[in-house]
Design a protein around this ligand. Structure first.
Ligand code: UFG
Length: 335
């Protein structure tokens, strides 16, 4: 299939691009490089630097048969401080993309949605039928795009899939996480192991969980990529499907710290801090629907495998990539 990947210079987008090329698809990547890296775009893909708002001429030129839409702002804290960025980029950008698709008569789309659309769950594992009550603007902006897809499917015969990611980790096809502003647990813990950050702060040890730390559902980016390839041809025209993507198993922050210690051999000093506002105690996906419909089963489910793959990616990066700091969250000057 001839596909357009928005955000294909980012972490998940670049891994999925590599998987698409591996599967024989013809790929054009559209990315504005606001957070992505041009050198992450896999060889074999055509790269166009453009914003979603300027995507119409690109779609008119490429004439894709399908779009995989990853390009978005994705920092929960930033979304609370500067919500306009999220409404403009995630919602306005997605609307511009859908209109560009319509103009180019491309009506098949796979969209990167998020567990943040659910907010604080009433029960875990969370099924797709759970209420959607996002607790931050990031989650609300993704939920708005999910709603757009439902209406574009009904009114304009789009064939759409929203994939709601839980906690994605690991690396694949030589690609992994390297965000200028890092907020995620695994890369932060690995920065400590790599010596570019002094200590890991565990956000709260007084949650109602067995060890007092938050429980999350970690899914390997290779399994996530496989789900995108299965989802791409799945919906019929007029259909919008929603699928959770998680491993179905919860691990605590403390269990993740132990896994990082095991994989890296680093003692990983930990400081117990306050709870981070908006963090639910437990987020675990039910991925029963995508398993039943498409046969997707995550295979890289061991925490140590996810951490080991992220660690081998990070170790191979030149130091500036994993020590680069914006927003003052990294300890600078440490060796
Ligand atoms: N954590 C720490 N210390 C850190 C970083 C994180 O203790 O330095 C803890 C968090 O409190 C949380 C867990 O590690 O309990 C995981 O945190 P992440 O920031 O790695 O991931 P989140 O679960 O907060 O976020 C993920 C996705 C978001 C999505 C959210 C849904 O990355 O995009 O789930 O709630 F919005």
């Amino acid at each position: 299939m001839r596909v357009l990947v928005t955000g294909g210079a980012g972490y998940i987008g670049s891994v999925v691009t590599a998987a698409l090329l591996d599967g024989g698809h013809e790929v054009t990547v559209l990315d504005d490089l606001s957070t992505g890296h041009e050198d992450a775009v896999p060889e074999g893909a055509t790269f166009v630097q453009a914003r979603l708002q300027d995507s119409a001429p690109v779609l008119a030129d490429v004439r894709p048969e399908a779009v995989l839409h990853f390009a978005a702002k994705s920092l929960v804290g930033e979304s609370q401080q500067s919500p306009e960025l999220y409404w403009e980029n995630n919602v306005g950008g997605s609307l511009a993309l859908l209109e560009a698709m319509r103009a180019a008569d491309c009506r098949r789309i796979v969209f990167s949605s998020t567990a943040a659309t659910y907010g604080e769950p009433d029960e875990v594992p969370i099924p797709e039928t759970a209420p959607t009550r996002p607790t931050n603007t990031y989650g609300a902006s993704k939920l708005a795009v999910d709603a757009m897809l439902t209406s574009y499917a009904a009114a304009h015969a789009f064939a759409a899939v929203s994939l709601r990611y839980f906690n994605v980790g690991g690396a694949a096809y030589g690609r992994g996480e390297r965000h200028a502003t890092e907020t995620h647990l695994i890369p932060i813990a690995l920065q400590v192991a790599a010596g570019t950050r002094e200590a890991l702060t565990v956000y709260g040890q007084d949650y109602p969980t067995p060890d007092g730390t938050c429980i999350r559902d970690y899914v390997h980016v290779a399994d996530l990529a496989a789900a995108h390839l299965l989802a791409l041809p799945a919906p019929a025209a007029g259909e919008h499907r929603v699928y959770n993507l998680g491993s179905g198993t919860g691990f605590s922050v403390q269990e993740m710290v132990n896994a990082v210690r095991t994989v890296t051999g680093h003692p990983l000093p930990v400081v117990v801090g306050d709870r981070r506002p908006g963090d639910p105690a437990r987020l675990v996906a039910s991925s029963a629907r995508i398993h039943a419909d498409l046969g997707w089963t995550p295979v890289h489910t061991e925490l140590t495998e996810i951490v080991a793959d992220a660690w081998s990616f990070m170790k191979d990066l030149p130091a500036p990539h994993h020590s680069r700091a914006r927003g003052g969250t990294l300890q600078e000057g440490l060796s």
